[in-house]
Design a protein around this ligand. Structure first.
Ligand SMILES: *Cc1c(COP(=O)(O)O)cnc(C)c1O
Length: 395
């Protein structure tokens, strides 16, 4: 037997990507000023940022980071269980637990890692993990890493979720969903999921990446907005790269569950704790985010303005009440062509293609933030309508 060769593997994958118009390129952002960005020398209006409340540029957050870095330096110098757990991390965890009304919170460097941690730390071979088909990749990957049996139900189909749980009544079970779906913008049927989980004695895990800051009193998220308590949603993950305008993630739950995770979850144990200064910035941004009810209202106004304008112009936007407003296009080539046409007109919206979305469902994922003005949105909608006209109905 001749061992196969890596060059061939890479070349074949590259050819396949090109053929499917699936290859991607990182765009180089040179400067950000609110909604305006300079990308590779060109000024564009940014309609693909997840910085919904504009907190990425928060003066209080930046000052907290600078001050903490000046005092404590950069790296945490170890994993949390060796020497990396800093008083600034502990403070942010306490503040977050109080804000979301959970017994305990655990802070770690990314949302991807947080979901891997929860699923790998809780599940083992033979357990059942039931998930929405459109859940974020890291929830899927976490169940795989744990070696659990993963069943994925049709998007938002709570009856299918119930059937999948009932099929294995003997197994420890976990039900997981995004609260706001990252590529579709719609909200999960959260109350129904909580009901099913309670009836079936499955542990419910909700990922609030796009819910916190945007929905609920004090920006506590889509679960809080739906009136769900910590008892009804026993595990909450909160990535902090979106409305928090920074980076990192929280895992929230009862003390026993959080302790189990921090004792045993490999993605936590074997990774360096985040910069202490990051936790200081997040404390400052949490303070701003809680008090941002006026910004949340402005954000909803932007969403309504966009949707009314899109409807008037007959644009095929998906049904979403969140700041994520996708325009479904189908073929990869079509999404790429429309994104390029918009960029020509000064608007930055990225084309989202598989594997981020199912095959044949390429789209433009438009995101709105408080920094957009109504005139920006009108301009984008006009540019969309004109570009779609030029594009025609094929391919
Ligand atoms: C962005 C996102 C994550 C990953 O969080 P990072 O902090 O970017 O690693 C997880 N879940 C959902 C739903 C997300 O949108």
């Amino acid at each position: 037997m001749l061992r196969p060769c890596w060059d061939e593997r890479l070349a074949a994958a590259a050819v396949r990507r090109e053929g499917e118009q699936a290859s991607r390129r990182r765009r180089r952002v040179e400067q950000v000023e609110g909604r305006r960005v300079r990308v590779e020398g060109r000024e564009l209006l940014n309609f693909c940022s997840n910085d919904y409340l504009g907190l990425a540029a928060s003066p209080a957050g930046v000052a907290a980071l600078q001050q903490a870095a000046a005092q404590h330096g950069l790296g945490s110098a170890g994993s949390a269980l060796v020497c990396g757990h800093h008083a600034l991390h502990a403070r942010f965890e306490r503040e977050a637990a109080e804000w979301l009304a959970y017994e305990r919170a655990l802070f770690l460097p990314s949302g991807y890692q947080a979901n891997l941690m929860v699923l790998q730390g809780l599940l083992t071979a033979g357990d059942l993990c039931v998930q929405d088909k459109l859940n974020h990749a890291c929830l899927i990957d976490g169940a795989r890493l744990a070696g659990a049996e993963l069943r994925r139900y049709r998007h938002a189909d709570t009856e299918a979720a119930l059937r999948q749980l009932q099929a294995r009544p003997e197994a420890l079970a976990l039900l997981a969903s995004d609260s706001v779906f990252s590529m579709d913008g719609d909200l999960a049927p959260l109350r129904a999921l909580a009901g099913i989980a309670a009836d079936e004695q499955a542990l419910l895990l909700i990922d609030e990446a796009h819910g916190v800051g945007v929905f609920g009193p004090e920006g506590r998220g889509a679960c809080a907005a739906a009136g769900l308590s910590a008892q009804q949603v026993p595990v909450l993950t909160v990535p902090l790269g979106k409305a928090f305008g920074a980076q990192g993630a929280l895992v929230l739950g009862e003390a026993a569950l959080i302790d189990h995770l921090l004792q045993s979850a490999r993605p936590y144990l074997f990774s360096t704790a985040a910069l202490p200064a990051l936790a200081a910035a997040l404390s400052a941004n949490l303070h701003s985010l809680r008090q941002a009810d006026d910004r949340r209202e402005q954000l909803q106004q932007r969403v309504r303005h966009f949707r009314e304008g899109a409807k008037r112009r007959g644009l095929p936007v998906l049904d979403s009440t969140s700041p994520i407003q996708p325009l479904l296009l189908g073929a990869n080539a079509r999404a790429l062509a429309l994104a390029a046409a918009l960029e020509e007109r000064g608007y930055w919206v990225s084309a989202i293609r598989p594997p981020s979305v199912p095959t044949g469902q390429a789209r433009l994922r438009i995101t709105l933030t408080v920094q957009h003005r109504h005139a920006d949105i009108d301009g984008l909608l006009d540019a969309l309508a004109a570009s779609l006209d030029t594009l025609g109905t094929g391919p």
